[in-house]
Every structure is written in structure tokens, then in C-alpha cells.
Design a protein around this ligand. Sequence first.
Ligand SMILES: Cc1ncc(C[n+]2csc(CCOP(=O)(O)OP(=O)(O)O)c2C)c(N)n1
Length: 276
Amino acid sequence: MNPLDTKTKNTWCPGCFNFQILAGVKNAIAKSRIKKEDFAIVTGIGCHAKIFDYVNLNGINTLHGRVLPTCFGIKIGNPNLNVIGFAGDGDAYAEGMAHLIHAARYNSDIKYFVHNNQVFALTVGQPTPTTEIGFKDKTTPQGVKIYPMNPIKLMLASGASFVARVFSDVQQIEYIFKEALKHKGFAFIEVIQPCLIFHPESYKEKFYSLDEAKHDRTNFEQAWKRAQEFDYNGVDEKTKIPLGIFYQIQKPVFEEQYPQLLDLKKKKISWKDIRR
Ligand SMILES: Cc1ncc(C[n+]2csc(CCOP(=O)(O)OP(=O)(O)O)c2C)c(N)n1
């Protein structure tokens, strides 16, 4: 058995793209050679959050919308931990929206994966802030009338130091997890994750990868331009959806600016000390 596996019965729908995310995360962690006990994971509430039960790592399955403050609490309690947050788009962009903006500002060394299926899936498919106009469910029989927000633009405007989008594909997750771990600071990763039941759009033929030779990820204007290519409001024959790292710069990291936290880092606290 893989040491990252758990015995919990998996209750995601058969074929759910969350399986791909899970496999990518496990592969990336195994290949990182970082010890299991040096990770902490935090999840919100929703289908995405079940990942907490399927990866054998320490952490907190927190309240809906509160993934980032929980990550931040863990990080400043023990800055040596690699803190990874997983949220749904409802979780991240509705209930947890204010935290997201401040996380980008703080630039604490947290890696944040948003499983964006453009619906509140666990509660059976209500629209979120990234659902397209016209989408119908029982709560919106006339269809959504409010234009969706663009999280990539929001993160750029909020000062995030690492902004990426990938599809829920094992290899893409592995790649971006590795890149995010290398990054010092807050890493925002949006994962396009079709919900087979309530929002099955896969956009597959619309994706293209940002060309690392042509796209300068340190250039804000280029990142902003690429971010505008997909506005989350459905697709037409002209739509192209960029995937990859839009933006990455080095900025002061929250934990490295406070002597108390630097001292804590030197102490190398372990989970055993906390459990005592
Ligand atoms: C504060 C609060 N509001 C609402 C809920 C009810 N609720 C539980 S799961 C969920 C949907 C989660 O959707 P999302 O975050 O997009 O994750 P997904 O299920 O799509 O992975 C909601 C609204 C809750 N648990 N707490």
C-alpha cells in the first residue's frame, strides 16, 4: 500500500475528476522526498474536501470558506510545515472570498488549490461566483443573471506572487504542485475540474498551454492579457483557455519578516510536540 493511501471508502462519483487531482497530489508528494510529517493539509467543506480523508497526511478539515485562515494559523504556529490548502470554488470565491484577497497580500508560504467545477457540487449544483450566465438549477429557475468573476484577474490585482491554472489531469497536477512547492510565498492554483453531474463542461478542446519561451511569467501586463482570454462565462468557437503559470514573482514572505517566526522556524517543532 502507498504510504499516502488511507483505508477510507472513496465516495466521489465514479469518474470524478477529483480522482485525477488526488492521484497527482499523491505522486507529487511522493516524488518531493519531503517527509510526510512535514506537510499539513487543510480542506474546506464540499466534494473537494473529501480529499482530506483520502491522503494520509496531518491537517484540518475546517469550516466552509475558512481554508486560508486555517492554513495561515498552521503556518505561523509552525513555519517549517509545507501547508497545502484545498478548496472548492464555492468555498474559495463565495464564503471564503475575503480571505483569498488577504492571502495574496500577506504572501504567507501557503499553496492553495481551488477545485473549480463552477458549482456548489456537494449541495447538488447551485451556482457559484464563477458560474456562467444562463446556468439553471432549482435555485435559479430563470437562469443565472450575474456575470461571473475571473479569479485569475482577481489574484493578479490582489498582488499574488504565483498565479496558475491547470486542468484536473494527473500530470498537470503533479507539475504544478512541484512548481508551487518550489515557490516561496502564496501560490494560487486554480484547477478546472468538471463536475460530471452538475456542471460537466470539460472545455477540453479550448485549452492551450502558455508557452514558457514566449510567455514571460514575471511580466504583469502579459499575465493580465492572458487572464482575460477566458472570462468563465461559457465558451464559443473563438474561446481559448490558457493553462500554466500566468505570473510568478518573488516578494517578501510573511513568515520571514517577523523575528518571532524566524525563531520558531529554527526550533523545528514536530507534530509530537503539539500532541503532547
Ligand atoms: C458557512 C456554510 N455555508 C454553507 C454550507 C453548506 N455547504 C456545504 S458543502 C457546500 C457546497 C460546497 O461547494 P464547493 O465549495 O464549490 O465545493 P464542491 O462540493 O463543489 O467541491 C455548501 C454550500 C456550509 N457547510 N457552511
